[in-house]
Design a binder for this molecule. Structure first.
Ligand SMILES: [Zn+2]
Ligand SMILES: [Zn+2]
Length: 346
């Protein structure tokens, strides 16, 4: 497809612009996707500030997008022009130690759309056909822009393994914390407790299914949790903020024999003081979760398709492509919205 398009590109840390560039040509085994909706995420702010390695500038941002195939490169199959799709952003070699073990996120040559190579905050994107998931008939393409974050949350849930009756504390009521509220309920938690200072986010957490919400700055969190958990603390704690104080809280409040999911992305250089004795004596299980790939994508699609998970309970702002750069910058200080998505086309 000939012509130009608009793309939200990072030129240098702090320098995001809406550029007019050539529409990419799909290469061998690639397809060209016309982007319909594209989410904005905390990771975009990390990249934009230079806190996340982004080696290939200028970089088109955006790793949470849905769209429609408009052109097929040579050898791209089995999908077709006109298919509504989402795209697993993780592109790996398929042959290395980690790829052979089903762990392509750790592939030494893994690249991610919108992080290392052109992403979906643009009118068009060329992607490997291998990474494309065709949406089921009738699937709302707008709602599909939440598949990527949901796939990440599904992976986190797989890692932590909530069991029936667990009492789960989620620290942070941002878009990912809220996804974990819904998934923890589906996984069989008997109580989902959300610790979140912002009243709007607490209200959203309740709407999406949290049983208890608490402002940790207004209430003594430890006492509150004790009152809900026979005095022992939550079975599972999901840290979905990525700050040192909240990680410290997570380790402190998890019950003896409990489990902690390290989900929130802390700054790469941030350090945490931890007493190994606490892990030892509490028999604490700490697991990390980085991103969703493989089967978490079709499973996320199915959760949305069946109505088990409703992204519209989290996405509270939809804007246009020319507002995207400001929306990324605003993530730093503006708490008035929880999840912004960009309507790139219809
Ligand atoms: Zn994201
Ligand atoms: Zn590999």
């Amino acid at each position: 497809m000939q012509g130009t398009m608009q793309a939200v590109r990072l030129h240098a840390p702090g320098d995001i612009r809406l550029d007019t560039i050539d529409i990419p040509t799909p290469g061998q085994s690639e397809v060209l996707v016309k982007v319909v909706r594209s989410g904005i995420c905390g990771t975009d702010l990390h990249i934009a500030k230079g806190n996340f390695p982004a080696p290939n500038l200028p970089l088109t941002l955006g790793h949470e997008f849905s769209g429609v195939i408009v052109e097929m490169g040579a050898g791209a199959s089995p999908m077709n022009v006109g298919d509504s799709v989402v795209v697993d952003i993780n592109i790996a070699c398929g042959r290395c130690f980690f790829c052979r073990r089903g762990q392509k996120l750790f592939c030494p040559t893994v690249t991610q759309l919108g992080v290392h190579r052109a992403g979906g905050l643009a009118e068009y994107i060329a992607v490997p056909a291998e990474n494309v998931y065709v949406l089921p008939e009738g699937f709302d393409v707008d709602a599909a822009a939440y598949v990527e974050p949901l796939a990440c949350a599904v992976h986190g849930q797989d890692r932590i393994g909530i069991t029936f009756g667990d009492r789960v504390l989620i620290i942070g009521g941002g878009p990912m914390g809220l996804a974990h509220v819904a998934l923890s309920k589906l996984a069989g938690a008997s109580a989902v407790i959300v610790s979140e200072p912002d009243a709007t986010r607490r209200a959203l957490a309740t709407r999406i299914g949290a049983d208890h919400v608490v402002d940790p700055f207004a209430t003594n969190l430890d006492e509150y949790l004790a009152s809900l958990t026979d005095g022992v603390g939550p079975d599972v704690v999901i840290e979905a903020v990525g700050s040192i104080p909240t990680y410290e809280t997570a380790i402190r409040v998890a019950r003896r024999g409990g489990k902690l999911l390290a989900y929130g992305a802390a700054p790469q250089s941030a350090e945490l003081t931890i007493r190994p004795f606490d892990i030892y004596a509490k028999e604490l299980t700490i697991v990390g979760s980085y991103a969703g790939t493989y089967d978490t994508w079709p499973r996320a699609i199915t959760l949305i398709a069946t109505g088990r998970f409703d992204p519209s309970l989290i996405v509270d702002s939809v804007r246009s492509l020319d507002e995207a750069a400001e929306a990324i910058r605003a993530l730093e200080h503006d708490r008035s919205t929880v999840k912004v998505q960009i309507q790139v086309s219809r």
